[in-house]
Write a protein that binds this ligand. Structure first.
Ligand SMILES: [Zn+2]
Length: 104
């Protein structure tokens, strides 16, 4: 075993580590741009429409999480329609994402 070979290996390991750190940092910076939500409280159709028209810089389609409606006593038909549109978009985004991955 030559000294040169093991120092080359050491440098290689170090370079790989630096690359992994860089990728990790880039990934975290990327995720910091995500504006998806875990839960969305909905009052008026107009407000929900604004929310659902926003895009996520990371994921494209913006996830609104669990949708909590405040109009249960007097359901707003326009809002029901918008939520259905959002859910169809979400289903489509998820089926597209299932086909796009590091493996494909
Ligand atoms: Zn996102």
């Amino acid at each position: 075993m030559s000294g040169t070979g093991s120092s080359l290996r050491r440098r290689l390991v170090k370079a790989e580590q630096q690359l992994a750190d860089q990728a990790e940092r880039a990934h975290r910076a990327w995720l910091a741009n995500c504006n998806c939500k875990d839960q969305t409280f909905v009052d008026y159709a107009k407000n929900f429409e604004e929310e659902m028209n926003l895009r996520c810089p990371c994921h494209g389609f913006r996830r609104l999480g669990e949708i909590v409606r405040f109009d249960r006593a007097h359901p707003d038909a326009r809002l029901t329609e918008l939520i259905a549109t959002y859910e169809a978009g979400l289903a489509q985004a998820e089926s597209e994402q299932a086909h796009v991955g590091p493996e494909s």
